[in-house]
Design a protein around this ligand. Sequence first.
Ligand SMILES: N[C@@H](CCC(=O)N[C@@H](CS)C(=O)NCC(=O)O)C(=O)O
Length: 324
Amino acid sequence: MGRMIDGTWHAGKMTEDAADGAFKRQDAGFRDWVTADGGPGPDGQPGRPAAVGRYHLYVSYACPWAHRTLIVRALKGLEDMIGVSVVDPVMLDHGWTFARDHGGTGDPLHGADYLWQLYARARPDYTGKVTVPVLWDRETDTIVSNESSEIIRMLTGAWDELGATEGDYYPSSLRPEIDAINADVYDHVNNAVYKAGFATTQAAYEEAVEPLFATLDRLEERLTGADWLVGGQMTEADIRLFTTLVRFDAVYVGHFKCNIRRIVDYPTLEAYLERMLAIPAIAATVHLDHIKTHYYASHRDLNPCGIVPVGPALPWAGLVEPIR
Ligand SMILES: N[C@@H](CCC(=O)N[C@@H](CS)C(=O)NCC(=O)O)C(=O)O
């Protein structure tokens, strides 16, 4: 854990981001776009053209934000068009590393030892956090984007003419509704578990955990009688909720103290989670060993001895494979 200042790595603690006791997530620093023909992205700036083999993803199997990108890459059949490197799940003083101790891939592109070295390569005076996912452009040898919400939009559409699998996870007719649910789920679910977990005051913890469970209660109702959150079809809103739900009982209940209820206590949310896990392309992106090892062994300010719990026994554990 730590951050870069003017291109140099500085070690630090996760809870240092909790200035007044409340965890604040930093905005991503690289926000370019890949588009089908290299035309402007949604920001109006010139894009980079989609191509086979040109772009590469750096991910952690543990990270819910990176997980979104792996799911869309798999659903869109982009495995042969966009390569992936997987960091080691344990993130300590050097931040994310390319150690191979837990079955990570290393960095075949550059032979880097640490992810921060790629940030320095992309921007020698970079200041900020060193996060996954990273979408890398091999042709210009730099980072395109480190913002997962934007990377999944690129993967959804830009490679279609190059042979990606059909499937639009951000269809234009559903965008207002998807945007609304995404905003709610980001604030009160995806990021709320971190706000609860990294809070350093009782008040900041309770301010995160109460809306989290109020929102899970509402989602339980919303999904009763509906397979998907929006429009009767799977959209990015489902993918974004899924990556938090799938980690919840294994990690967030214990490690982040989000323990008012578990997902297994919500019959509809549990069925929804298992509906997504029944899709083989999605199940293949879930690796509970990396998920548990990352959180419990990395956040030593929360769990000083780094012991990774053996449980819980999850009803769907047989649908997913460990890495080692
Ligand atoms: N806005 C980013 C957030 C990514 C993020 O926070 N990733 C975490 C892992 S789950 C990370 O790499 N953290 C490293 C750190 O905070 O030092 C996105 O959604 O892509």
